[in-house]
Design a protein around this ligand. Structure first.
Ligand code: ADP
Ligand code: ZN
Length: 290
């Protein structure tokens, strides 16, 4: 079955066609500009693709409550032109096929648990540490949501004693995203993350925040695997620091084999699907109509 997927990101859109087995036949990428211009490119890509459904994994916050009048809208985004844009409505007007819709990180979590690093597990968390921090969860094999989708990138964390940076989240200042996303590195140290590899104090603070977040997710959701991606995780020494601090923080309180020094490398892992997770997961939303 040919299914369309749209990974709708704040900086770029990825559109593709694949199937229910996670195979991707083709994909294109273009920059996110105005909704009109960007959606025009989406429409022309899918025009002759003969897809049976389309799934969207979107930047957010978005409205994922099917009972809501604004289901399918991008809601509170700082990208003003996209604020209150009805992306599902725009697609429905153009293509008469079922449209699936959830967050980009939930898409990645679903793809990783279906085909990637968490394959075969009925729960997993996907965290991206990039321009922002986003976290998606699959619980009992399904995209996790309550009132709306969780916003686990904006949790509060304890300050590192050596950190004087005020944080950059426009809503909360020094929430996790405000202290630990890529722009926080750049604003705190006056250099891009890519250029800070050789400064251990940078990664000591970064891993201090990320490990607290993962500890909280483990305590609250108890996911069977945690997948961590995004630009900042390209620092290869960062994930081992995070794992070590997660174990120290938990202090053997959660007594499962996964949370031991022997097995932690296999519990907190990099994405198995690399850059395809978001698109593959969006296609999975199309398959499920979720
Ligand atoms: P997006 O979040 O827009 O999808 P990315 O996941 O690539 O994009 O994240 C971009 C952020 O990650 C930027 O703040 C950038 O400085 C940072 N970044 C990218 N590569 C690295 C790297 N190798 N080391 C540290 N930070 C990086
Ligand atoms: Zn915040």
């Amino acid at each position: 079955m040919r299914i369309g997927g749209i990974e709708a990101g704040g900086t770029k859109f990825v559109c593709g066609v694949g199937n229910e087995h996670g195979e991707i036949y083709e994909r294109v990428t273009f920059p996110t500009t105005t909704p009109e211009e960007t959606m025009e490119k989406v429409f022309s890509f899918f025009q002759d693709k003969e897809v049976k459904a389309i799934g969207v994994g979107s930047f957010g916050p978005i409205d994922v409550d099917r009972a809501s009048e604004t289901y399918g809208y991008i809601t509170q985004t700082p990208k003003v032109k996209w604020k209150n844009f009805n992306i599902v409505g725009a697609l429905k007007n153009h293509f008469h096929v079922p449209i699936g819709f959830h967050t980009d990180v939930t898409a990645a979590a679903l793809a990783e648990s279906t085909w990637g690093a968490a394959k075969g597990l009925d729960s997993c968390l996907y965290m991206t540490v990039g321009t922002g921090i986003g976290v998606g969860a699959v619980i009992d094999g399904k995209p996790f949501q309550g009132l709306t989708h969780p916003e686990m990138g904006h949790i509060l964390v304890k300050r590192h004693p050596n950190d004087r940076f005020e944080g950059f989240c426009p809503y909360h200042g020094d929430c996790l995203e405000g202290l630990a996303a890529g722009p926080a590195l750049e604003k705190r140290w006056n250099k891009k993350g890519q250029e800070l590899t050789d400064q251990p104090e940078v990664w000591e603070i970064e891993s201090f925040y990320l490990a607290q977040a993962l500890m909280n997710y483990i305590l609250i959701l108890s996911p069977k695997k945690i997948v961590v991606g995004g630009g900042v995780m390209k620092q290869e020494h960062l994930l081992p620091l995070v794992r070590k601090q997660v174990l120290e923080l938990l202090n053997r309180y959660v007594a499962v084999p996964e949370l031991t020094p022997e097995n932690i490398d296999n519990y907190i892992v990099l994405p198995g699907l690399g850059d395809n997770a978001g698109l593959a997961g969006s296609i999975a939303f199309g398959v499920n109509g979720k």
